[in-house]
Design a protein around this ligand. Structure first.
Ligand code: CDP
Length: 229
């Protein structure tokens, strides 16, 4: 069967990652969480004092960016890929509210995107990949055979993310999470480089009222259509 590239884009916390991960597992493809890469750069920036309050030390970030290596390594205990920043497992830290609150300004920096897009394109060279993010179908893989644009209502997204954070033992309120999502969506959609935008040839999937099974069924239908000889 021919191998394709599947690009999944959409708003913050609409379940893209879970969807992309499950799909990749079912069809035996590699899953790449491009958001984890921007989150890892953000963690690096926090650790190295690149943030001065809300201001970014762009010179230092520019110096560092080429030395930031982000890799994904399968964790045998969970069966999932963990994110590594220069050889260190940062999967837990990058999901914190602190990183979520700082990631969008970092992801709006042109030279950060340039470097991440380069690394993402290299990962897709032999196809057989599912990648999720904001600009995958528009900038990273404009020729992807299957593009999906996912969305859901802001309240449903906030509740899903809150449940996830609480399950991990993080402290957050519904209002805080809702505000974070709205702010990220605004910055992500209005930035100059690689804004969050639906590709013209993307299939829209509003999963506000879909069960996981219904969603998976729809994805498998779309995949089947694209790989049909
Ligand atoms: O999972 P969630 O929706 O919270 O976000 P994520 O996929 O982990 O991405 C975190 C942030 O990284 C987003 O809010 C964007 O600012 C940025 N991002 C991006 O700019 N481009 C991508 N391809 C993926 C993420």
């Amino acid at each position: 069967m021919k191998k394709i590239i599947i690009a999944i884009d959409g708003h913050s916390s609409c379940g893209k990652s879970t969807m992309a991960k499950d799909l990749a597992k079912t069809i035996g493809y590699t899953y790449v969480d491009s958001g984890a890469m921007y989150r890892a750069v953000t963690l690096h920036a926090i650790q190295k004092g690149i943030f001065k309050g809300d201001q970014l030390d762009l010179d230092k970030l520019k110096q560092d960016i080429r030395n930031i290596r982000i890799t994904f390594i399968k964790n045998p205990a969970t069966g999932r890929s963990d994110t590594y920043l220069n050889g260190q497992n940062v999967e837990h830290e990058i999901r914190s509210m602190e990183v979520a609150n700082k990631v969008s300004p970092i992801a709006a920096v042109g030279f950060v995107r340039e470097e991440m897009v380069k690394q993402q394109q290299a990962m897709g060279l032999s196809k057989g990949i599912v990648m999720d993010g904001r600009d995958i179908g528009t900038i990273v893989f404009p020729n992807a055979e299957l593009k999906i644009f996912v969305t859901a209502s802001p309240e449903i997204r906030a509740q899903r993310r809150l449940d996830e954070l609480i399950a991990k033992g993080e402290h957050a309120t519904f209002e805080e999470v809702l505000h974070n999502l709205a702010t990220r969506d605004r910055i992500d959609s209005t930035r100059k480089d690689g804004p969050l935008r639906q590709a013209e040839d993307a299939v829209v999937l509003d999963n506000s009222n879909l069960t996981i099974q219904e969603q998976n069924h729809r994805l498998m239908e779309l995949f089947g259509e694209r790989v049909k000889p």
